[in-house]
Design a binder for this molecule. Structure first.
Ligand code: OAD
Length: 235
């Protein structure tokens, strides 16, 4: 991989694998994120309509848990890259934890939402939120009782896709880190990047589902291979 001078616009996609070494389970590992729940029971709008207390309790647990975790060297390396890279750069994360921003990343989009926000579906305002939602507290702005986790559920549209595709359209380097490539639209970003002429690099513990679309795959734990790659790029 060439050094800084060769690239102008970088788009980095991250997934659960970058937070694995911080102690947050990935989705598709054994005993993973969904624990004993079926996706249909906790991560769809239909599940929320059917049993809001189950869904709120599930996300309340997750919201509490991530606040105990810390960024690892992979998050820190991306924050270092963000600070040092004077050309365009965008980190698009599928993760709903806040470890990228706690490490110091600034140019960041949470395409699947954020655990630490509550969304009032009455007035459409998102609020920073650290405590439980199960208590059915009122919205701090409109006073209504319709707060839900600000996470994107299956069947819902990921956030800020226009900005993401605009960045991909200009990218000359696309890097995918710690994601299995199982969930669209993020899984399709590599195809977009290739079609638009970008170089593509995957950094993952094992080959992802779209691995053949990457010009280069580096396999290993994110806490090791991400800092190595950032050092090379900034050398
Ligand atoms: P997955 O659980 O599907 O994949 C995690 C990937 O990280 C796998 O390819 C692992 O091999 C890899 N991995 C695990 N530990 C790693 C480590 N220490 N270093 C590097 N890589 C490691 O998670 P995602 O791809 O993020 O969406 O899942 C995508 C989406 O599916 C999530 O955002 C979520 C889920 O359903 C929604 O909830 C909408």
């Amino acid at each position: 991989m060439a050094a800084m001078g060769q690239y102008r616009n970088i788009v980095i996609l991250t997934g659960a694998g970058i937070s694995a070494e911080s102690g947050i389970d990935t989705f598709r590992s054994a005993g993973g994120w969904w624990e004993n729940h079926r996706v249909e029971d906790v991560a769809t709008p239909e599940a929320f309509a059917r049993d809001p207390r189950l869904v709120q309790r599930f996300y309340d647990m997750r919201r509490a848990a991530i606040q105990e975790k810390l960024p690892n060297p992979a998050h820190e390396a991306l924050a270092r890259l963000d600070a040092a890279w004077t050309s365009k750069l965008l980190i698009v994360t599928q993760n709903v934890d806040d470890l990228h921003e706690r490490a110091g990343a600034r140019r960041l989009i949470h395409m699947h939402g954020e655990h630490l926000k509550a969304w009032c579906t009455l007035c459409d305002i998102r609020h920073p939120w650290r405590g439980p939602l199960l208590d059915n507290l009122p919205c701090p702005v409109c006073g209504g009782h319709a707060l839900r986790p600000d996470v994107v559920w299956f069947g819902e549209m990921p956030y800020r896709m226009g900005e993401i595709y605009a960045a991909l359209g200009k990218a000359d380097l696309f890097v995918s880190i710690g994601t299995s490539g199982a969930v669209y639209p993020a899984a399709g970003f590599v195809q977009n990047a290739v079609e638009l002429g970008a170089r593509t690099l995957e950094l993952n513990l094992e080959r992802s589902q779209g691995s053949r679309l990457f010009h280069e795959s580096r396999l290993g734990p994110a806490s090791v291979i991400v800092p190595q790659w950032v050092d090379e790029l900034l050398a």
